[in-house]
Design a protein around this ligand. Structure first.
Ligand SMILES: C[S@@+](CC[C@H](N)C(=O)[O-])C[C@H]1O[C@@H](n2cnc3c(N)ncnc32)[C@H](O)[C@@H]1O
Length: 279
């Protein structure tokens, strides 16, 4: 095992700690469990080699192991499906802090792995959730994760664009949509550029195309007192503010992530914890 850890350090140019974490993830063991049985059989050695070569191409670890952690949930993930980020975990925490807000019907647009829906299903145990995605592989992946957590009766998946054909109204419409401006796609890290689906990332010319579509198309599906919550790019607050004002919205606020960047847009009449966020 020590020999394998050395090989990972060399091949991926990482520290010993990182190499141990990578080997642990590849073997699905806790970090210090990797040394417990120091000899590695031929089959495991071969598997590790194949996976190491995949990592060397820049493929994200999540795609190599087909597993990832989102909050308390251990999710399946496949190449072609967007890898949920820490910012989205924080987004869920912010939603959970909204005062006197217990949505009964939730729409999750662009569900990907199903991460947001699964977390919200636990946060609001009485809610019914409708999750959409246009991507076939994302829908299959979300279905697997929803089944894993026994939520098939409460999370309803539809493969469609935005919320085509929705026949009900919602208290919470949430999305982590594609929001990276097209001009910035080329400067994304190689692991994102080469491996993650552009369909999940490309937000059009200024990064707001999909967000504006969601706001326009979901207006008729929001219950009175309902909230639209969207993850956004930090550089798009001014464009979105103008769009909302021109579209006649006056109740909205931008909220910050854990790094103090404005990364979320909330539309609706919110009762928040005290905050200095911009309106
Ligand atoms: C940034 S990813 C977010 C995935 C997941 N919600 C998360 O937070 O990890 C955006 C998702 O939107 C989906 N998507 C892109 N265009 C769409 C459309 N027109 N209608 C519905 N979903 C779409 C993508 O397939 C992708 O799964």
């Amino acid at each position: 095992m020590r020999e394998i850890v050395e090989q990972v350090i060399k091949e991926l140019t990482v520290s010993r700690g990182e190499a141990e974490l990578i080997v642990a993830a590849l073997l699905e063991k806790p970090r210090f469990g990797i040394y417990l049985n120091d000899s590695v059989d031929q089959g495991t050695r071969k598997l590790l080699h194949t996976r190491l070569m995949q990592l060397k191409t820049g493929m994200p670890l999540e795609y190599v192991t087909t597993k990832m952690q989102f909050m308390d949930y251990s999710l399946h993930i496949y190449p072609g499906v967007f890898i949920p980020r820490f910012e989205t975990e924080y987004f869920i925490e912010l939603i959970g802090k909204l005062v006197d807000f217990v949505p009964e019907r939730i729409l999750d647009i662009g569900t990907g792995t199903g991460a947001i829906s699964i977390a919200l299903a636990h946060l609001y145990p009485d809610a019914q959730i409708f999750a959409t995605d246009i991507s076939d592989i994302a829908i299959r992946c979300a279905r697997e994760n929803i089944k894993k957590y026994g939520l098939g009766e409460r999370i309803h998946l539809t493969q469609c664009s935005i919320c085509d054909g929705a026949s009900t109204k919602f208290d919470l419409i949430i999305s982590n949509p594609p929001y990276i401006p097209s001009s910035r796609l080329r400067s994304l890290p190689k692991s994102v550029r080469d491996f993650e689906p552009m369909l999940a990332i490309d937000g059009g010319q200024d990064g707001t195309q999909f967000i504006e579509l969601i706001i326009q198309q979901t207006a008729e599906y929001l219950n009175p007192g309902g909230v639209i919550a969207l993850e956004i790019d930090e550089d798009t607050t001014a464009i979105l503010k103008k769009f909302l004002q021109v579209s006649g919205y006056d109740k909205f606020s931008f909220k910050r992530d854990q790094f103090r960047k404005y990364r979320y847009l909330f539309i609706g009449n919110l009762k928040n914890e005290k905050s200095k966020d911009i309106n």
